[in-house]
Write a protein that binds this ligand. Structure first.
Ligand SMILES: Cc1cc2nc3c(=O)[nH]c(=O)nc-3n(C[C@H](O)[C@H](O)[C@H](O)COP(=O)(O)O)c2cc1C
Length: 185
């Protein structure tokens, strides 16, 4: 059911897709447009520690698919984007949040939150542009770092997002009732 509100319509239409049309090619310029806007997402202290590694190469994706066991999704997607946390990202003018200021106090934890926001924007922009996506944490981070020749001391893999045209439509997930999710004080 569409609402004539493009933001709500895109949010309601997005579904995780795990089988793509392997003939779809996404132009790098189109991906860059989506990523540029996705990276307008807020980040803690505006430190912007998240980097995106766009994996277009079929050969690399074959190796990554073997490392995850997620063969059909990784091989049929038009691209997969690995969002990583740059642990050496620093802004000298803004010291990192001291531990007592927040219970989520580490670079890794905050990076994971930042990455989620960037990735969510990316997935909604992709849907708006007619593509489907699937976010994934279920992959072998060490194997990915090795295959992609990432400096594992510096770059922490956080979230993998596949993108393409669905060959098999995503199903509407079951969602809990709002009263189970929201409380008031
Ligand atoms: C942080 C995160 C990690 C996820 N990891 C995986 C994954 O490893 N493999 C996968 O197939 N789906 C993964 N998903 C997708 C979820 O299974 C999916 O979002 C959920 O079932 C709801 O379905 P929907 O995205 O279609 O609304 C992940 C989603 C999130 C937010």
């Amino acid at each position: 059911m569409t609402t004539n509100n493009p933001i709500i319509d895109v949010m309601q239409a997005r579904r995780s897709v795990r089988q793509y049309d392997d003939q779809t090619v996404i132009k790098r310029a189109d991906l860059e447009k989506m990523l540029k806007t996705a990276f307008l997402a807020p980040t803690a202290l505006n430190l912007q520690p998240i980097r995106a590694l766009v994996i277009e190469s079929a050969e690399l994706r074959r190796d990554l698919a073997t490392a995850t066991g997620n063969t059909s999704q990784l091989m049929t997607a038009s691209a997969v984007v690995l969002f990583v946390n740059d642990l050496e990202n620093r802004d000298e003018r803004k010291p990192f949040l001291p531990a007592q200021q927040t219970s989520v106090s580490t670079h890794s934890d905050i990076g994971a939150l930042d990455a989620g926001l960037v990735a969510m924007q990316f997935m909604l922009l992709a849907k708006d542009a007619g593509y489907d996506t699937n976010p994934m944490t279920g992959f072998d981070h060490a194997a990915f770092s090795k295959i992609l020749q990432l400096d594992s001391k510096r770059y922490q893999p956080l979230l993998l997002v596949s993108i393409g045209h669905a060959a098999q439509a995503g199903k509407l997930a079951k969602h809990k009732a709002l009263k189970q999710l929201v409380d008031y004080r």
